[in-house]
Design a protein around this ligand. Structure first.
Ligand code: GAL
Length: 372
């Protein structure tokens, strides 16, 4: 009798354990499902190492970003590990830096990719080590191991550049009904370069088709107009060649320049050739270019306030550290070839001489340049 009773109890306990294990499993799964759905993950220590891998300093924005990440992450209680990949170096430098951050135990790695198509191994290693990956400014491609993307709307940047080129030429040459232009794009290994160019050509291509714009050199394909490494000397050299080859007896009215570094190189080439300045666009609100805009030499730039972009990336880190929902405002647009990456997108602003003072009113470095 006792043996039978023990058997019944044992059977009931086993059943109870089985039911509980199913509930725990479901609850465990549910909590993991809830985390996945909510975009939150389990938190990590408040003083965790946070890796920041930036490409190079060929443009001011990345130089500024590095300092802002050190200050902002430290202020938030984290241990920043900010590294750059030298402009002349290969992608390997950045790959090695990211691996070192993983080895040091970084809980989040923020990456401004030197080449977003060559980091799949590194972000897979990060994921295996339990680190989250935030793609900063430039989207990392062809891998599911990117957790978030934070950037300005870079297609909108291109559209604004195209619109500025047209508006600037119309204002400078009121009696012209057609304009001679040349096109420049950024480095082919930077995913943003094609995004900027596509945005600009959405505006310019219809005007090329209807004859309002003429690209005198005929160089209109992305591959024909890229600037390796975003290097000023490469843009200046190409502009020299274009001027010598196509503009000995022809006026150049405008140039689509994808950022300020290249805009200044193009303007230098025109100056050296002894020709009048065309309308030249830009991007990044670099101090030297803001000065040229106030002098009427460069026509426009784009304000992508690095302080806001860095702050948004650090906000994501803090949300991940708390294990709370990560704030994103675009969950459909950014398919990196392997997945749609949840994104926080900021809005870029076109700046010309007319609105520079208002645009940079809160920027202690740029505001003084807009006076008088
Ligand atoms: C891009 C970035 C631009 C520009 C360029 C050169 O990816 O979005 O703001 O600075 O790199 O570094």
């Amino acid at each position: 009798m006792m043996r039978a009773r023990r058997t019944v109890i044992a059977t009931r306990v086993a059943a109870l354990v089985a039911v509980c294990s199913v509930v725990v499993a479901l609850t465990g799964c549910t909590s993991r499902a809830q985390e996945a759905a909510s975009g939150s993950t389990r938190g990590f220590p408040a003083n965790a190492i946070i890796g920041v891998a930036l490409p190079d300093k060929t443009s001011e924005n990345f130089a500024i970003a590095g300092q802002l990440f050190v200050e902002g992450l430290t202020k938030a209680g984290f241990s920043p590990d900010v590294q750059y990949a030298p402009a002349t170096n290969t992608v390997a430098e950045q790959q090695n830096e990211i691996e070192a951050m993983i080895t040091r135990g970084a809980k989040v790695i923020i990456i401004g990719a030197k080449d977003g198509s060559q980091l799949s191994t590194q972000v897979a290693d990060a994921k295996r080590a339990g680190a989250m990956v935030i793609s900063y400014d430039r989207l990392i491609l062809n891998t599911r191991n990117v957790d978030y993307y934070v950037a300005y709307d870079n297609e909108r940047v291109g559209e604004l550049q195209g619109q500025a080129l047209l508006a600037g030429m119309k204002a400078k040459y009121p009696d012209k009904t057609s304009y001679n232009i040349e096109l420049f794009a950024g480095s082919p290994d930077d995913n943003n370069s094609s995004v900027f160019f596509q945005g600009a050509m959405k505006v310019l291509q219809p005007k090329i088709n209807d004859g309002t714009l003429k690209v005198v050199s005929g160089q209109t394909a992305f591959k024909q107009v890229t600037t390796q490494g975003w290097l000023a000397q490469n843009a200046q050299s190409r502009m020299d060649t274009l001027l010598a080859g196509f503009y000995s007896g022809t006026e150049l009215d405008g140039v689509l320049a994808p950022n300020d570094t290249l805009a200044r190189a193009i303007l230098q080439s025109v100056k050296t050739a002894g020709k009048p300045y065309p309308i030249v666009t830009g991007q990044d609100s670099e101090a030297a270019s803001v000065r040229l805009i106030m002098q009427g030499i460069q026509y426009s730039t784009i304000n992508k306030d690095t302080r806001k972009l860095v702050a948004e990336a650090i906000k994501m880190v803090s949300e991940l550290q708390r294990g709370s929902r990560v704030d994103v405002n675009d969950t459909t647009s950014y398919n990196n070839g392997a997945k749609v990456v949840p994104t926080f997108l900021l809005t870029p602003q076109l700046v010309t001489r007319q609105n520079a003072a208002q645009s940079y009113a809160t920027d202690p470095t740029l505001e003084p340049l807009t006076r008088g």
